[in-house]
Write a protein that binds this ligand. Structure first.
Ligand SMILES: [Fe+2]
Length: 322
């Protein structure tokens, strides 16, 4: 979910827009299917064996895996799930996402357009509304802002639970999380509504890895696929569960540890006109955009890099197809 805007100031807004456009163009050129037959693509994708994510519990602000084996699988695949916590109103978020639609540009929160976080992608079937936290209050209704804060807290708890598993000292949490442990990260709250009329798109969402430490995803209509052992497999989504995946800043941070965390590449299958309307809500726990990202090696945080430079590097990787 690369396409996001930073409204904190005009400079970052334009810089991020540049990254987003580069990423989209790259994805478009790289991911165009060799076969012109989208029907054949659908057929091939449909044959892959589904993957059942590891289920963990979330209790007292901590993620609890049922076994060490489950933890290792979750970080090596890059996806796992937890039951949706009671404080998250999934129905509210889903209904809100259903309104992110080109036919609903006169939304109750105002006229929707690119400058106000609304994006109608040419490469993805999704119509999306997304804001960084500093812009939630001016644009999202109060109850949606509240959900954003609660999701951010859960994402932070996931990140710190991983830190604990890795053995990062607590004194280094703020630096390692680029401020997230002190609620000073740059979380985004994104709503996707899939436009089934965009039948020319090869994918619902093109393949990508997230730029967040941790992503929380509320979606249960089929279509999400993750690259596991080199092959894209459909993830089994069920109502009542929150899907969690890891992004590139966490992969970078943990690459030299015993159990590196994978930023799994994933995509969403093209939605056909006959499919049920697919929506999703995502909360991205991004590093502080004005801060730095790090690598943890042999008990020390090394290789500090400005977050925005790191994002530029990630954009280049997509462009080169790495
Ligand atoms: Fe994503």
């Amino acid at each position: 979910m690369m396409i996001r805007y930073v409204f904190r100031n005009r400079f970052f807004s334009h810089l991020y827009l540049l990254f987003s456009i580069t990423a989209c163009l790259a994805a478009k050129s790289l991911e165009k299917p060799k076969s012109k037959s989208l029907a054949l693509l659908d057929e091939v994708i449909g044959e892959l064996s589904p993957y059942h994510m590891v289920t963990a519990d979330y209790k007292d602000g901590k993620i609890l895996f049922k076994s060490d084996k489950d933890y290792k699988e979750a970080v090596s695949v890059g996806f796992f799930r937890i039951p949706i916590p009671k404080k998250i109103d999934a129905e509210l978020l889903t209904k809100f996402a259903e309104n992110i639609h080109p036919y609903a540009k006169e939304h109750k929160i105002g006229k929707l357009n690119v400058a106000e976080g609304f994006l109608e992608s040419e490469n993805n079937q999704t119509d999306r509304l997304t804001f960084e936290r500093s812009n939630w209050a001016p644009y999202y209704p109060k109850n949606i802002c509240e959900m954003g804060e609660r999701l951010t807290k859960i994402a932070t708890d996931v990140l710190l639970s991983i830190f604990e598993k890795i053995g990062i000292p607590k004194k280094d949490y703020a630096k390692a999380s680029s401020g997230c442990s002190k609620n000073q990260g740059s979380p985004y709250l994104l709503f996707n509504c899939y436009n089934r009329d965009k039948s020319h798109c090869p994918f619902g969402v093109v393949p990508h890895a997230d730029w967040s430490f941790v992503t929380l995803l509320l979606a249960w209509q089929a279509g999400l696929q993750a690259k596991i052992d080199g092959v894209y497999r459909p993830l089994v989504l069920e109502k009542g569960y929150l899907t969690i995946n890891f992004g590139t800043p966490l992969e970078r941070l943990t690459q030299y540890t015993k159990n590196p965390v994978k930023a799994s590449w994933h995509r969403v299958k093209r939605q056909k006109k006959s499919d049920r309307l697919r929506t999703s809500t995502a909360c991205f726990l991004d590093p502080n955009l004005l801060g730095n990202v790090h690598i943890y090696k042999k008990g020390k945080l090394i290789s500090s890099m400005p977050t925005l430079d790191f994002f530029a590097q990630e954009s280049n990787k997509i462009y080169k197809g790495q």
